[in-house]
Design a protein around this ligand. Structure first.
Ligand SMILES: Nc1ncnc2c1ncn2[C@@H]1O[C@H](COP(=O)(O)OP(=O)(O)OP(=O)(O)O)[C@@H](O)[C@H]1O
Ligand SMILES: [Mg+2]
Length: 157
């Protein structure tokens, strides 16, 4: 398959350290305005991956699960915006005006539980699906919504 048509990559992550390594690698491709959706069940490792993407972007503050706030903002080489929509039954109405506002266009936005806003997700996004939970190995699929986002696939070891 040529690089032009490669829009998806799948890796096995046997342990948390392997998921962290993936996050650090993905961060190398991060550019202002990028949207990264983190899909997966409870305890799949979305926040774990978010922390390592943040570390790769140079965030030194602790990235936590923003359970009671919609969005947390961190400072790195780019601003990092971390959303956790778990508590929203349906974020589509709330976010109908758009997920990315002017401030976010300067940084990278990570969204946990994007399932809550499937109706209004822009096509131009990177999807990361984490399959597995508990101590089991994870299968992680990274999918570029547009050819421009293929740069994320190219940095995966
Ligand atoms: N291969 C792996 N990759 C990522 N995390 C793993 C892996 N194996 C075990 N874990 C563990 O799974 C847990 C994942 O927790 P995490 O909070 O990241 O999940 P989450 O998807 O954000 O859940 P929630 O939906 O509740 O926010 C961590 O305790 C982590 O150490
Ligand atoms: Mg989480």
């Amino acid at each position: 398959m040529s690089a032009h048509t490669r829009l998806e990559r799948r890796i096995e992550s046997p342990d948390p350290a392997a998921t962290s390594a993936l996050g650090l690698a993905l961060a190398k491709a991060a550019r202002p305005g990028d949207l990264i959706c983190l899909w997966g069940d409870l305890g799949a490792g979305k926040t774990h991956l978010a922390k390592s993407i943040g570390a790769g972007i140079g965030v030194t503050d602790t990235i936590a699960s923003p359970s009671f706030i919609l969005m947390a903002e961190y400072v790195g080489r780019l601003p990092l915006f971390h959303l956790d929509l778990y508590r929203l039954a349906d974020a589509a109405d709330v976010l109908a005006g758009g997920l990315i506002d002017d401030r976010q266009s300067a940084g990278v936005t990570l969204v946990e539980w994007p399932d809550r806003m499937v109706g209004v997700l822009p096509t131009e996004r990177l999807d990361v699906f984490i399959d597995g939970a508990g101590d089991a190995s994870r299968t992680i699929t990274v999918r570029a919504g547009t050819p421009a986002l293929q740069r994320y696939l190219d940095v995966i070891p």
